[in-house]
Design a protein around this ligand. Structure first.
Ligand SMILES: Nc1ncnc2c1ncn2[C@@H]1O[C@H](COP(=O)(O)OP(=O)(O)OP(=O)(O)O)[C@@H](O)[C@H]1O
Ligand SMILES: [Mg+2]
Length: 387
């Protein structure tokens, strides 16, 4: 059973609607202590938004020290400051008061995480955890379409609904996935800075914004000033944790090889290296390939993606392939559908899966899912990568 800490009947009734009538209720932290003493098997405490933050945090701290009790904190508004304090106090998840669906999901997750059954099955399967197939999108040049690919590929991977996908915005300084998808960046990587010492999988999970039922996004910090506190090790830890929690991880990056991007390269299974059909962009791709080779990144992870492949610019895809000396994994046509939908906070794959642009993203998703036989139409044209 779940215990609700709520000061009055009105708040209690509201939660009963979402969580069901089978809900024990107490009014404050003192009553909760009494209750838990009598019911030591209780595993989950939900704190209503009417409970003052200080008292709520006190409860979370006590529960963390005393037993394996999970605390879910419900607040009227999700603010970074609250999220940070809550995580430090040991709160498992913070949920917005008006998000009944997320509350139910959080309750489900917490129950699963703390139940004895889970612990046993975890011990039994402590053997190697399967890590998410991780795709890093990179180009040393700005504006070639990295973010466009990142959001559309994540959508395409999530499309069939059978796999969980996490999209990470590692363009920490200028990350624009939040803007591109018109998301409220209430949760983002910044809170991880304060959780450093005790950044566990649940803590990392709490940084994510849900975009589709099976697509979560880790947004870049809202405050550019936070970026200097984000170390490569922290990024490494976050990616590692997300790889344990999802089937696929897609990483968007800034147009530069930074120390934290190198961590992402270390963890990625596939590098999706982008270029447009312009000489500076192709030249940058060539330099990137040489750099990666020089620092020992495995060549078989390289996939070259040509964006705006239908642009009439006096260069063909075959020219790109010849110049960089690597087969082209996918070609994404140029289309106004991309900027048009971007201005509405939507993606091509989300809106129109039959559009040639969407088909290119979906083909790439098939490749990552290991369904190469249905993959992109260009395979025959440009040949397969030799392994
Ligand atoms: N295939 C395409 N057809 C038409 N427009 C495109 C295409 N791909 C990207 N664009 C547009 O190009 C612009 C740059 O794309 P995007 O933001 O994805 O690039 P980026 O590589 O992430 O840039 P940055 O390095 O600044 O992060 C956007 O306005 C986007 O809508
Ligand atoms: Mg970008």
């Amino acid at each position: 059973m779940t215990v609700l800490v709520a000061p009055n009947l009105q708040a209690t009734t509201r939660f009963q609607v979402t969580l069901g009538r089978d809900l024990a209720t107490v009014k404050n932290s003192r009553e909760l202590q009494d209750y838990l003493q009598k019911n030591p098997a209780e595993l989950l405490v939900v704190i209503a938004p009417e409970i003052e933050l200080d008292e709520a945090l006190q409860i979370a701290k006590l529960e963390r020290i005393d037993k394996a009790v999970s605390v879910i904190l419900v607040r009227q508004r999700l603010e970074v400051a609250i999220l940070t304090k809550a995580m430090q106090a040991g709160v498992r998840e913070v949920v917005a008061a008006d998000d009944a669906e997320e509350l139910l999901a959080a309750v489900k997750r917490s129950r699963l995480a703390t139940s004895e059954q889970y612990k046993k099955s975890k011990a039994a399967t402590e053997a190697p955890t399967t890590l998410a197939k991780t795709a890093l999108i990179f180009a040393a040049k700005g504006g070639v379409g990295k973010t466009t690919l990142a959001i559309n590929l994540a959508e395409a991977l999530a499309l069939e609904g059978d796999k969980s996908v996490c999209l990470i915005d590692l363009d920490l300084q200028f990350g624009d996935i939040a803007v591109a998808l018109q998301l409220e960046p209430t949760k983002n990587l910044s809170a991880a800075i304060r959780m450093k010492g005790n950044l566990d999988d649940a803590g990392v999970r709490s940084l994510l914004v849900q975009y589709r039922p099976n697509l979560h996004i880790l947004l870049a910090p809202m405050e550019p000033a936070d970026v200097e506190f984000i170390s490569a090790d922290l990024v490494d830890k976050v990616i590692r944790s997300l790889r344990k929690q999802f089937d696929f991880v897609v990483i968007d990056s800034p147009p530069a090889i930074t120390d934290f991007i190198l961590k992402a390269f270390d963890q990625a299974d596939e590098y999706l290296l982008m270029t447009t059909m312009e000489v500076p962009s192709v030249k940058n791709l060539k330099v990137t390939l040489e750099t990666l080779q020089a620092i020992g990144m495995p060549e078989q992870k390289v996939n070259v993606i040509v964006n705006r492949s239908t642009a009439k610019v006096g260069m063909s895809i075959a020219d790109v392939q010849r110049t960089v000396g690597t087969p082209i994994r996918a070609a994404i046509p140029e289309s106004n559908i991309i900027p048009n939908l971007l201005n509405q906070g939507k993606t091509a794959v989300g809106e129109n899966q039959r559009h040639p642009v969407s088909k290119a993203f979906i083909g790439l998703a098939h490749f990552l899912r290991g369904e190469d036989e249905h993959a992109h139409e260009h395979r025959g044209l440009f040949g397969r990568r030799s392994k």
